[in-house]
Write a protein that binds this ligand. Structure first.
Ligand code: ADP
Ligand code: MG
Length: 996
């Protein structure tokens, strides 16, 4: 019987001989199933996938008595992850413990089959088998149970009452007694054996128990160790992770280090290069520093000079500002002298219509230059009006502005100025003030002049110029530069003592004349223009241009603010004539009122009244700070020449006369002209001084610049000179070497001279010997000797010619070298050398003189022509002058020596010579003939090389030789004399040798 504990029928075992039944025969417990795969489950692995668990037992009934074998099948399918000791239980069969403390997991692990096979169980008469499971730790669990009955021998094989012999297998029949006995014996034997086995079993059980216990302890220990190991493993794991992290970090650091290393090496290389460059720079700089320190004394001098100049400049500045103040004062005085209110009258030309209509002119400009204007006021009566200036219709805008421009200077000097044009509509007020683009008026020209003077004075002053354009219309102020019309009424406020302004008005800052023109245009465009029947374009408002100038004196920091008003007044024509009503009437009334207010203010100012009615009109109120006091006023009274406008003209002129008259007044009119003249003179002088001082200042500045430039130039010069010095040092070194070579050559020459002197001495002796011999042989072979002498003479001539040719060439070389030396050699060493050369020349000259005497004597004795002697002298001079031609000269010497040898050989020479002497003409002719030849040669040499010494020397020699040829005895005596002289002066070895 096979029971699947906790499960159903197992189908796989259909092929098997055993049928596995579903779970039954149990008491208590719970069924359990798992889908896990069971390892080593044999033929029926699904058996282990179910189990009965808990507190339970199996009871099998109705079994026939006998022995049975029981198999138990286990598998740990709950605690598959362990650990050991979770499930420990005992198994009892028929209340006999067959398994003690079974822990499946500890034996086979989880999901693995464990079988307890063939446990023999005896079933008695009661016919039951009880299999009980008892938990020691946790619940017991079983997957399958199998009960097999012990197999019996088949009946045929078992024979009652027979025993089978162990030896021969023969069946021996036994009796029942024996059988009983045998049985008893067997029983005893078996009982004994059972006892033994029991004791053995007990021992083994004890052993097993101990072993089990020790195993449990060991497993516990093992568990602990495993736990420790697990911990260690975990720790290791952590450590590994940390190590890996650290290794990664290390790698990072390594790579960073490598990168940094590369970077630093590059930086180091770069730095090294830089250091090298800096070292070079340092060297250069230190060099420059040295140079600078060398030039410091000079620089110091310059610094002192500059400081002196600065002091002078400061002084001049002070003086300049003093002069400026003086000038300003004087200028103002002049302006005041001219009158603080000036009235100019300008008459417009007749219009075309007026000309065509035939209106006559009522104006007379005969005395216009004196400021007088005549008006023919009906019939022949002529009224004379006097003004500061009268402009005829021919006078143009330039003329008009020329008189107004001094006012501009006053504005820049800090005075308020007011220029306005008064007159009937159509008389040219706007023309005078504004003008046209081609023919600009006072406004534009004034501003232009302002900018011009500001530019001229920019070194001493700074100016800031701003412009406002206003219109007074119907006693209301309008800002013509305002971009958007404002309802706010513009009012005049007093800012401070004597300064009035209109808050909220546009003040356009102008930097140049272009901006000015655009501002003026904007103002003029915005101007209110009305029309009436007098003139279509008549202006019915006062147009006021205000120029505000802020000045700062750069010398003393003084600041001033001044105003220049340029007012184009509204037409002054009388009310009745305009024939207007309503609004136009109001306009005209306002205009008339404001113009009379202007007249009143001026008159009050003149009479020094305590109350000046500035506030009677907006016009006078606005001009309050620019009328009276220090301020200047200029009025252009504009008139028409037409008879048609005579009434208005007279009215305007009367108004203007009143203005001018009251201002000048009787007291002013009596201004002492002498005083004025004096003031003018003073002004001129001041101006002159100012100009000269400005010039001096400019010169000083120029000097300063120049000296700075010079300092720089000197620096450069110094550098270039240093370079030149080093170059010259190089040249000097080479020249010194060259000089040394020359000295050496000279020494060699001196040696050569000594040798020659010795040869000469020998020759002299030989000549004497020969003379003696000749005397002896005089009478023996005269004819043959004569012949030989002739031959010798010819040879000598040839050689002389050759020699002279050589000498000319050498002379040329000498001269070239001399030239080189004189041009190149400017150093002392070279000059010294030249001096030495000259000294040597002098010495040689002396020797030559001696030599020239001796050879002539010899020649005389030998019958040799003076030419030959001269050539020898020349050779010596050449040797002296041209050390480079030493080799040539040596060869010459050899020739001469050869000649002397030849001469030695001629025994009858003296005899022949004597005969020739007797003939007298022959010798003398020879000498005379040779003179021009030599002369020529010398001259040619001189012309080539310009050596005057040679010529004189040669001439001296020539004369001497000629004389010697003519009178030998005299020369001999003079030679003696000379010898004595030289012996007295002998200093050099050469002369010593020569004299010997
Ligand atoms: P006002 O402003 O006094 O009403 P305008 O300046 O408008 O007078 O002058 C009226 C006209 O007369 C203009 O066409 C102007 O060109 C001309 N005019 C005025 N004065 C002169 C002058 N001196 N030379 C030439 N034309 C003039
Ligand atoms: Mg006008």
């Amino acid at each position: 019987m096979f029971v699947n504990a906790g499960g159903g029928i197992v189908k796989e075992e259909a092929n098997l001989s055993i049928r596995v039944q579903p779970d039954s025969f149990f008491q208590g417990g719970d069924a359990l199933r798992t889908e896990e795969t069971i390892i080593e489950g044999g033929n029926i692995p699904s058996l282990y996938q179910s189990a009965r668990v808990g507190n339970f037992c199996y009871l099998f009934n109705n079994l026939s008595p006998g022995d049975y074998f029981v198999d138990l099948h286990f598998a740990e399918i709950i605690n598959i992850n362990g650990p050991w000791g979770m499930r420990v239980f005992d198994v009892f069969m028929q209340e006999e413990k067959v398994l003690s403390k079974l822990d499946i997991y500890s034996i086979v692990g989880a999901n693995k089959a464990l079988q307890l096979a063939d446990v023999r169980v005896s079933v008695g008469e009661e016919g039951t088998i009880i299999i009980r499971f008892e938990g020691v730790n946790g619940n017991p669990m079983v997957s399958g149970l199998c009960i097999k009955r012990e197999a019996r021998l088949p009946a045929s094989q078992v024979k009652q009452g027979y025993v089978i012999c162990n030896n021969c297998d023969a069946e021996i029949e036994i009796s029942s007694a024996q059988n009983k006995y045998l049985r008893m014996m067997a029983t005893v034997k078996y009982e004994k054996k059972i006892e033994e086995l029991k004791t053995q079993c007990q021992l083994k059980t004890d052993e097993c128990h101990e072993a089990w216990m020790s195993l449990t302890a060991a497993s516990e220990q093992l568990e602990k160790v495993r736990m420790v190991l697990d911990n260690k493993f975990l720790q290791n794991l952590y450590l590994d992770q940390a190590m890996e992290k650290q290794a990664a970090d290390l790698r990072d650091i390594c790579s960073k280090y490598e990168r940094d290393k590369r970077l630093w090496t590059a930086v180091l290389d770069n730095l090294e290069k830089k250091v090298m460059a800096m070292k070079k720079e340092h060297c250069q700089l230190s060099h420059e520093v040295h140079q600078c320190s060398d030039s410091i004394p000079e620089l110091n001098k310059m610094v002192f000079a500059v400081q002196a100049m600065v002091a002078q400049c400061d002084d001049l500045k002070l003086k300049f500002s003093e002069e400026q103040a003086k000038r300003k004062m004087l200028y103002n005085q002049i302006q005041e002298a001219k009158g603080n209110i000036r009235v100019f009258c300008r008459c417009r030309p007749l219009r075309k219509e007026e000309i065509s209509a035939g209106y006559p002119m009522v104006t007379d400009f005969d005395a216009a230059k004196d400021g007088e204007l005549g008006i023919f006021a009906g019939g022949s009566t002529k009224k004379i009006f006097k003004f500061d200036r009268v402009y005829t219709p021919k006078d143009d805008q330039v003329d008009v502005f020329a008189d107004a421009s001094p006012m501009v200077v006053s504005v820049l000097d800090g005075y308020n100025v007011c220029i306005f044009a008064y007159g009937q509509t159509g008389t040219g007020k706007t023309f005078t003030m504004e003008g046209s683009e081609q023919n600009r008026g006072v406004n534009y020209r004034t501003l232009k002049q302002l900018f011009k003077i500001a530019e001229e004075r920019k070194d001493t002053f700074t100016y800031s110029i701003s412009v406002s354009v206003l219109e007074v219309y119907n006693e209301q102020i309008r800002d013509l530069l305002a971009t958007s019309p404002t309802s706010k009424k513009l009012e005049i406020r007093q800012a401070s003592e004597g300064v009035h302004h209109v808050p909220g008005i546009v003040e356009a800052r102008v930097e140049n004349i272009k901006e000015v023109w655009s501002v003026l245009q904007a103002g003029s465009n915005a101007r209110a223009v009305g029309s009436n029947n007098v003139n279509e374009h008549s202006s019915r408002s006062h147009c006021m241009l205000c120029i505000m100038v802020s000045t700062k004196n750069l010398m003393n920091g003084e600041c001033t603010k001044s105003k220049l008003w340029l007012v184009d007044l509204a037409g002054s024509e009388r009310l009745a004539k305009t024939e207007v009503q309503g609004d136009r009437l109001k306009e005209a009334q306002n205009i008339n009122r404001s113009l009379s207010a202007l007249g009143d203010v001026i008159s009050a100012l003149a009479s020094k009244s305590c109350h000046i009615p500035f506030r009677n009109s907006k016009l006078t109120h606005l001009l309050q700070d620019s009328l009276g006091g220090d301020s200047k006023t200029l009025m252009f009274v504009q008139i028409s020449p037409s008879e048609q406008d005579l009434g208005e003209t007279l009215s305007s002129l009367n108004f203007a006369t009143r203005v001018r008259g009251v201002e000048l007044g009787p007291a002013r009119k009596q201004i002492d002209m002498g005083e004025l003249q004096k003031l003018k003179m003073m002004l001129d002088k001041a101006k002159h001084e100012l100009r000269s001082k400005e010039e001096a200042l400019k010169k000083l500045e120029e000097n300063l610049h120049n000296s700075e430039g010079r300092a720089k130039g000197k620096d450069q010069l110094c550098r270039s000179q240093q370079e030149k010095v080093s170059e010259l040092e190089g040249r000097l070194a080479s020249k010194t070497q060259f000089c040394r070579q020359l000295e050496k050559q000279l020494l060699e020459l001196a040696d050569g001279m000594k040798e020659k002197e010795e040869i000469c001495f020998n020759l002299q002796q030989k000549v004497k010997e020969l003379e003696n011999k000749l005397k002896v042989q005089e009478h023996t072979k005269p004819m043959t000797l004569q012949h030989k002498v002739k031959e010798l003479e010819n040879i000598l001539k040839d050689r002389t010619q050759q020699f002279e040719h050589h000498s000319a060439m050498l002379q040329q070389q000498v001269n070239e070298l001399e030239n080189k030396l004189t041009t190149e050699g400017r150093n002392q060493g070279f000059q010294m050398l030249q001096q030495k050369i000259k000294e040597l020349e002098g010495q040689l000259k002396l020797q030559e003189q001696q030599e020239s005497v001796l050879p002539v004597c010899c020649a005389e004795k030998l019958g040799v022509t003076p030419n030959q002697t001269k050539s020898r002298i020349r050779v010596q001079v050449l040797q002296e002058m041209d050390p480079q031609s030493m080799r040539n000269l040596n060869s010459m010497n050899q020739t001469i020596n050869q000649e002397s040898v030849l001469l030695k050989g001629t025994d009858s020479l003296h005899k022949i010579r004597r005969r020739r002497e007797l003939q007298s003409t022959g010798t003398e002719n020879n000498i005379l003939l040779s003179t021009p030849v030599l002369n020529k040669r010398i001259l040619s040499t001189e012309s080539k090389n310009a050596r005057p010494i040679d010529q004189s020397r040669a001439l001296a020699r020539l004369t001497r030789s000629t004389k010697s040829a003519a009178t030998s005895h005299r020369i001999l005596s003079s030679n003696k004399l000379y010898k004595d002289q030289v012996q007295g002066n002998k200093e050099s070895n050469k002369s010593k040798i020569w004299l010997r």
